[in-house]
Design a protein around this ligand. Structure first.
Ligand code: HEM
Length: 487
C-alpha cells in the first residue's frame, strides 16, 4: 500500500469523501472568481467560524493534565466513598487557571489560581473545584457576580479597574483574609506545580452507618512553594505569556510528574456546634491546631492531553458532582455553586456536555434524558424503556446509595451575614505569621495595586487593614507614600 492509499493519510471532507485538491478553490477560469458551488471551501470557512465556544465566564485561562489519586491513609470509618478507600487508585484530570484574565491572558498575573479536579470513580465523577487558597473573597453567593464584575473589565474603558476592585473590597470586610493572601507571596506562584490546592468549602463525609462528619480537603505541593515577586513576573511575561503551560506541559513531557499530598481536616457535628466560628463560612479556615490535617493520599499528574480544546477547554467541573460517601454542607457559597456550574456548562458546551469523552464517567451511565442538540451517545440497551417507572426492566433507583439526612432549622429570611462575624481575627493571625520581608512585599504589592484609586477608597481600605493590625495599615500607608507620584 502506498502512503497515498493509506486511509489515515488521505484527506477527506467531514463527510468522508476523499479530497482531490486542498490548495486551489473552484474558480471560473484560471483568473476568475470563486464559485459558490465550491462546497469544500465553504466547509472549511464555515468550520473555522465555529472554532470558538464561549470562554468560561471566570477562570478562562487554564492548563491541565491527567493523573491519579492514590489513597494511602485509612478514613474508611468516616466514609463509604469508593474513591477514598485505602489502596484505591482513581484516574483523574486536573485543570489549573487564573480567575480574572481572558483565555489569552498572560499566565504570570497576580491572581487566585483555580485548582479543579475531576476523579473518574467507579461510582460516578467526583469533582473538587477549588483554588490555591483555603478561603474566598465573599461568603454569600449573591455577591459573587458583583465581585467578579470588579475583577473583569470596566464597561466603558474596557480596562481592568483597580478603583472598582478596592471600592468593592473596602466595602466588604469579609474579603480581608483572601486579599491578604492574594497580595502576599502566595498570590503569584511560579507554576501550577509550586502551589497548594484547597477544596476550600466545608464538605461532608458519611459512612454506611449514616454518620456524617464535616471535612475540608487540602492538596499540599511536594515540589515546594515557589513564588515570583511582581517585578520577576513582569520579566517572565516579557519573555512568555504562556509560562504555566510551558512549565506543566514540559515537566510532564520530561517525565517529571508533579505530586501533591492529600490531606483532610475533620470536624464532628458536635465540634461544629461548639466551634468559635461558623464552620461553613468560606472566608475562614479551620485552625490546624484544633483540627489537625490527616494525610490520606497522593495526587500525581503524569499525562498531557492530546488535544487541548477537546480535553481542557471542553472539560466541565461542577461542585454538584459528588459520589456516595461524600456530601455537601450548609455553606451557602457551595449551594450557589451547585446551581451555577452545570448551568454554565449547558450554555458553554451544550446539553449533553457530560457525554463528551473528557467529562464522561468511566463507570456505566444509565439515565432517561432523551434528545437535544448534539445527542451523540449510544442508545440505551433497552430502547422501549424510555420513561420511568416502567415494566420493561429499565434502570431503577438504588436506595443503598441514599445519603443520610442532616438537620436544618430556623426561620426563613435574609440574614445579615456580617452580623457577629469577626472578619479581622484570621487575617491578623496570617499577617503575624509573615516575617518582616514578607510584610514589606505585602505592603508594596498592595500599594502598587492601588495606583490611581481615589483617596476616599484607599483610606477606607487602610482603615480595614489597620483593624487587622496597626502595622498592616501603617505599612500600606508608608508604601503608598514611598511610591513615585508619577506612577
Ligand atoms: C469556574 C461560578 C465560587 C473555583 C467557574 C465558572 C462559573 C463559576 C460559572 C465557569 C464554569 C465553566 O464555564 O466551566 C462560581 C460561583 C461562585 C464561585 C457562582 C460563588 C457563588 C468559586 C469558589 C471557588 C471557585 C469559592 C474555589 C474555592 C472555580 C474554578 C473554576 C471556576 C477552579 C474553573 C474550573 C475549570 O477549570 O473549568 N465558577 N464560582 N469558584 N470556579 Fe467558580
Amino acid at each position: 500500500m502506498t502512503t497515498q492509499d493509506s486511509p489515515t493519510s488521505r484527506l477527506t471532507t467531514t463527510a468522508g469523501a476523499p479530497v482531490a485538491d486542498n490548495q486551489n478553490s473552484l474558480t471560473a477560469g484560471d483568473r476568475g472568481p470563486v464559485l459558490i458551488q465550491d462546497w469544500q471551501l465553504i466547509e472549511k470557512l464555515a468550520h473555522q467560524n465555529r472554532e470558538r465556544i464561549p470562554e468560561r465566564v471566570v477562570h478562562a485561562k487554564g492548563w491541565g493534565a491527567y493523573g491519579t489519586l492514590r489513597i494511602t491513609g485509612d478514613i474508611s470509618h468516616l466514609t463509604c466513598a469508593d474513591v477514598l478507600q485505602p489502596g484505591t487508585v482513581t484516574p483523574m484530570i486536573a485543570r489549573f487557571s487564573t480567575v480574572a484574565g481572558e483565555a489569552g491572558a498572560a499566565d504570570h498575573e497576580r491572581d487566585v489560581r483555580g485548582f479543579a479536579l475531576k476523579f473518574y470513580t467507579n461510582e460516578g465523577n467526583w469533582d473538587l473545584v477549588g483554588n490555591n487558597t483555603p478561603v474566598f473573597f465573599v461568603r454569600d453567593p449573591l455577591k459573587f457576580p458583583d465581585f467578579i464584575h470588579t475583577q473583569k473589565r470596566h464597561p466603558r474603558t474596557n480596562l481592568r479597574s483597580p478603583t472598582a476592585m478596592w471600592d468593592f473590597w473596602s466595602l466588604s470586610p469579609e474579603s480581608l483574609h483572601q486579599v491578604t493572601i492574594l497580595f502576599s507571596d502566595r498570590g503569584l506562584p511560579v507554576s501550577p506545580m509550586h502551589m497548594n490546592g484547597y477544596g476550600s468549602h466545608t464538605y461532608s463525609l458519611w459512612n454506611n452507618e449514616g454518620t456524617r462528619v464535616w471535612v475540608k480537603f487540602h492538596f499540599k505541593t511536594r515540589q515546594g512553594h515557589r513564588h515570583y515577586t511582581n517585578s520577576e513576573a513582569q520579566d517572565v511575561v516579557g519573555r512568555t505569556r504562556e509560562g504555566y503551560q510551558e512549565a506543566l506541559f514540559g515537566a510532564i513531557e520530561a517525565g517529571e510528574f508533579p505530586q501533591w499530598t492529600v490531606e483532610v481536616q475533620i470536624m464532628t457535628q458536635n465540634e461544629a456546634e461548639a466551634f468559635a466560628f461558623n464552620p461553613f463560612d468560606l472566608t475562614k479556615i479551620w485552625p490546624h491546631a484544633e483540627f489537625p490535617p490527616i494525610k490520606i493520599g497522593v495526587l500525581e499528574l503524569d499525562r498531557n492531553p492530546d488535544n487541548y480544546f477537546a480535553e481542557i477547554e471542553q472539560l466541565a467541573f461542577s461542585p454538584s458532582n459528588v459520589v456516595r460517601g461524600i456530601g455537601h454542607s450548609p455553606d451557602r457559597m457551595l449551594q450557589g455553586r451547585i446551581f451555577s456550574y452545570a448551568d454554565a456548562h449547558r450554555y458553554r458546551l451544550g446539553t449533553h456536555y457530560e457525554a463528551l469523552p473528557v467529562n464522561r464517567p468511566r463507570c456505566p451511565v444509565h439515565h432517561y434524558h432523551k434528545d437535544g442538540a448534539m445527542r451523540f451517545f449510544d442508545a440505551a440497551a433497552n430502547p422501549d424503556a424510555y420513561y420511568e417507572p416502567n415494566s420493561l426492566d429499565g434502570p431503577q433507583q438504588d436506595a443503598s446509595f441514599a445519603e443520610p439526612t442532616f438537620d436544618l432549622q430556623g426561620p426563613v429570611g435574609r440574614f445579615d451575614h456580617r452580623d457577629g462575624n469577626d472578619d479581622f481575627i484570621q487575617p491578623r493571625a496570617l499577617f503575624q505569621l509573615f516575617d518582616q520581608e514578607q510584610k514589606d512585599r505585602l505592603y508594596a504589592n498592595i500599594a502598587t495595586a492601588m495606583c490611581g484609586v481615589p483617596a476616599a477608597i484607599t483610606e477606607r481600605q487602610i482603615r480595614l487593614f489597620h483593624r487587622v493590625h496597626p502595622d498592616f495599615g501603617a505599612g500600606v500607608c508608608a508604601a503608598l507614600d514611598a511610591m513615585d507620584p508619577q506612577f
